[in-house]
Design a protein around this ligand. Structure first.
Ligand SMILES: C[S@@+](CC[C@H](N)C(=O)[O-])C[C@H]1O[C@@H](n2cnc3c(N)ncnc32)[C@H](O)[C@@H]1O
Length: 290
């Protein structure tokens, strides 16, 4: 799976970026218990039912959250799958510390977290019933290789849920990433100063300039919106894929979807919209709509 832009960023820089700015910045005490939509998205019962027409008991199931960040999705997985054990991995030790604290705070004492790269997951010596991989594939140097590693630690009937970035949905952000890269804002890991320059640049543009019209909201200028700008306008290693290539990534990139092990049911637009992908929701023969 190739990418159309995004210079390759080495792992040390990615680690440094997320150590500096763990994602997401959701307070540890926040609970997703009343967020039924997110709990639905993160339960493993529905995709198992769609794939195997049986209701799975989540008790003692092993769930891996790959690139778990500060652990909010891990917490959602824990709440949505009673009795399951959550294992999280992330490149950033600081994010892993926060994830540990978060799950402990909410009473999930048996969760475990490891600071490691996707490539090293097999070193855990575990296989998983369900793997969640949110907001990571598109920043990996080689997303297909990442999928292969995850497949290698899935149990035979295991399911993997992930997402990619769509080239069309993200094209505005990729234009602004290119601009800010040219301005040198990503030569070092961007932080507060670079975020400030993005805000000033966008404010200086007339409202009808497409870069601003498509990619900017006045609320990005508010305090505490640094994360939104870092994850979009200044995101390191961001790659996009046009829809047909998203489908190929799901079908062939990992080589698992045909066999029912890649559940391309992510909450993002890219794969979900593709009627041609043989994903859980559309198991008919491959046919791209674009
Ligand atoms: C945008 S955050 C997503 C966090 C979380 N999955 C979520 O959706 O809330 C991406 C995370 O992937 C981690 N990451 C990036 N490259 C990685 C790699 N090669 N191996 C493991 N984790 C990685 C980063 O440290 C960061 O915490």
């Amino acid at each position: 799976m190739e990418s159309s832009q995004a210079p390759q960023i080495d792992l040390d820089r990615i680690r440094e970026q997320y150590d500096r700015s763990p994602y997401p910045r959701i307070p540890l005490e926040n609970s997703p218990k009343a967020d039924y939509n997110q709990l639905f998205i993160h339960n493993m019962v529905t995709p198992y039912y769609l794939r195997y027409q049986r209701v799975v008991d989540t008790q003692d199931k092993l769930i891996l959250d790959v690139g778990c960040g500060s652990g909010y999705k891990s917490l959602q997985l824990a709440e949505a799958n009673p009795g399951a054990k959550i294992v999280g991995i992330d490149l950033s030790p600081l994010s892993i510390d926060l994830a540990k604290q978060r799950l402990a705070h909410h009473g999930f004492e048996n969760a475990e977290f490891h600071a490691m790269s996707v490539d090293d997951i097999p070193q855990l010596g575990m296989t998983f019933d369900y793997i969640n991989c949110d907001e990571l594939l598109y920043i990996l140097p080689n997303p297909s290789a990442g999928l292969h590693v995850m497949k290698s630690v899935l149990k035979p009937q295991g399911l993997l849920r992930t997402n990619l970035h769509s080239a069309y949905q993200r094209q505005g952000y990729h234009r602004s990433q290119a601009l800010f890269q040219m301005l040198g804002l990503t030569e070092k890991n961007p932080g507060e100063e670079e975020v400030g320059i993005v805000i000033e640049t966008m404010k200086a543009l007339k409202d009808n300039v497409s870069l601003k019209a498509q990619n900017w909201r006045p609320q990005y200028e508010a305090p505490n919106r640094e994360e939104t700008i870092l994850m979009n306008h200044l995101l390191l290693g961001d790659k996009d894929l046009p829809l047909p290539r998203c489908c190929n990534a799901a079908r062939n990139g990992s080589g698992v979807c045909q066999y029912g092990q890649l559940a391309a049911v992510g909450s993002q637009r890219s794969i979900q919209r593709c009627r041609g992908s043989p994903c859980l929701y559309r198991p008919e023969p491959a046919r791209c709509v674009t």
